[in-house]
Write a protein that binds this ligand. Structure first.
Ligand SMILES: Cc1ncc(COP(=O)(O)O)c(C=O)c1O
Length: 503
């Protein structure tokens, strides 16, 4: 059924106080209730719905999320959005799952991100997801380690192990951290099914609804989501340039936040590195206020020139820094192996909480990573990926400079995965994303990383997933989109504008 015909004559009331997404949701809900859209009807894709009502894709996504919360529609991954509620027998006998769900945070950009990561449109080149290049995963080494050692494993090692983690891996991680100036022993380490799990566990054991947390803005979206889902109130610390310790101190005095979440090295998304003296000043301030700092550090091993300063955890003189690490970016994300370093009292409490969700992380992955570390394969692998990613970063920097410099600003990151770009002319990054999709290129709009609304001028490009040739093609598609937008803007600027009454 072409449902566009039921909707396309409907105009939204821009003077209405009700947000546009709610207006669209109630229009569709009305058609569903009147059986004009019977149960099972496939609704238009988000992009088409946005075009139908001449609204942004975010507004269309919000409208569908609202209907989903009301149990009127459901989304089938990779297929589309369907009407669930009708007055036919099926609707009356089936379990109304969406109506049973607990409330969840409505973040339309999170769903854009999920789309970018999980279902790339065929032909679209994605610079969105923050992923290492699969061609560089050290799979041969892993196969060799597996084949050489599987005969020596006691089958018991693949039974249940302590929730805190596979002990040889905890020891290997403690040794690795000690080498980086972070004194640690086995009892300080909890292995995780990815560092994202560490964020979740920390939110479960430290946060109650209404608690304050301080976060850089922009910052890692996975952390924003976890803390918001815990009901925390986020205090934003702008971080594109120097971190304002004065503002942080003001937050500490005024709100007594439970923790500060921070990415001091090759920050996601800005690529910023906190200088040594700023790190020391932050630790001094945190010590004075006995502030818990959650230091997330997935990228510090990926430096393409100078080594970054030591981790905050290495400067921790008051036992307040909790350190999160992961093998997702330096090896590969499917290992789902990360770790947390902190005081034993915290490790024990987190392990109790972890038991509720997965008993312990996957033994085989932990066993393989242990051998990778103990047989000193990591240094060699890091040399390879650093060399390759440095070339990619340089290629992308040159291409952006050559083709996009009239439209965007960026700084060249010293490490990590990302270019953080800023539009210097009119237009928003979400509009750019919509237009870029037509030219087969995608990225993450900056709004997704902010804890407060912004002018929506920024966006993030990942330079590690694809080889240089593909990156060049990506920048060309981006440049083409920017030129098209500039041209349309000029045409619009020269068109006579209508006079609106001032009310
Ligand atoms: C800053 C940051 N923290 C944590 C994670 C999650 O990593 P993991 O795969 O270990 O869960 C990511 C992944 O993108 C990240 O960028």
């Amino acid at each position: 059924m072409d449902i566009s015909s039921f909707l396309n004559s409907t105009e939204l009331d821009t003077m209405d106080k009700q947000p546009l997404y709610l207006q669209i949701a109630s229009l569709i809900a009305d058609k569903i209730q009147k059986q004009i859209l019977p149960s099972g009807t496939k609704l238009p894709p988000e992009r088409e719905l946005a075009d139908l009502f001449a609204v942004s894709r975010t507004t269309a996504i919000n409208a569908y999320r609202k209907l989903e919360q009301q149990g009127m529609v459901w989304t089938k991954a990779g297929s589309g959005t369907y009407v669930t509620q009708g007055r036919d027998d099926k609707a009356l006998t089936e379990v109304p799952w969406p109506q049973l769900f607990t409330a969840y945070p409505l973040n339309p950009l999170a769903s854009i991100l999920r789309d970018l990561v999980s279902t790339p449109t065929p032909g679209t080149l994605s610079l969105g997801a923050g992923m290492p290049d699969p061609a560089l995963y050290p799979l041969e080494t892993f196969t060799e380690l597996y084949n050489c050692n599987i005969g020596r494993v006691s089958p018991g090692d693949f039974g249940h192990i302590p929730t805190e983690g596979y002990n040889p891996l905890r020891m290997a991680i403690a040794a690795m951290l000690s080498e980086k100036g972070i004194p640690a022993s086995t009892e300080n380490i909890l292995t995780l099914s990815g560092s994202q799990q560490g964020l979740y566990l920390l939110s479960k054991v430290l946060l109650e609804p209404g608690d304050y947390v301080v976060m850089e803005s922009p910052t890692f979206i996975g952390a924003i989501q976890v803390f918001q889902a815990a009901g925390a109130r986020v205090l934003s610390l702008p971080c594109s340039e120097k971190l304002s310790l004065e503002l942080l101190e003001d937050f500490l005095i005024r709100y007594r936040p439970k923790l500060l979440y921070i990415l001091p090295t090759y920050q996601n998304p800005t690529g910023r590195v906190m200088p040594e003296n700023e790190r020391q000043d932050l630790i001094k301030l945190a010590k004075r206020h006995r502030l818990v700092i959650v230091e997330d550090d997935p990228y510090s091993d990926l430096h393409y020139g100078e080594q970054p300063p030591q981790a905050l955890k290495a400067l921790d003189s008051y036992g307040g820094v909790v350190y999160l690490g992961t093998f997702s970016k330096i090896l590969f994300p499917g290992l789902r192996t990360g770790y947390l370093a902190g005081p034993p009292v915290l490790i024990n409490r987190l392990a109790l909480e972890k038991q509720y969700i997965d008993l312990h992380s996957n033994n085989i992955a932990q066993w393989l990573v242990t051998m990778f570390l103990n047989e000193e394969k990591l240094a060699e692998h890091l040399t390879t990926v650093r060399r390759e990613y440095k070339k990619r970063r340089d290629t992308m920097a040159k291409a952006l400079q050559r083709l996009c410099a009239n439209d965007i600003e960026f700084t060249i990151p010293g490490g990590g995965f990302y270019f953080w770009c800023k539009l210097i002319k009119s237009g928003t990054s979400q509009r750019l994303l919509q237009e870029a999709a037509k030219n087969g290129i995608s990225f993450v709009p900056g709004e997704a990383f902010h804890t407060v609304p912004t002018l929506d001028k920024e966006f993030r490009l990942c330079f590690t997933t694809h080889n240089e040739e593909v990156l060049l093609e990506g920048v060309q598609r981006l440049a083409k989109t920017l030129t098209q937008i500039t041209k349309t803007n000029k045409e619009n600027d020269s068109a006579p504008s209508s006079v609106r009454p001032i009310i």
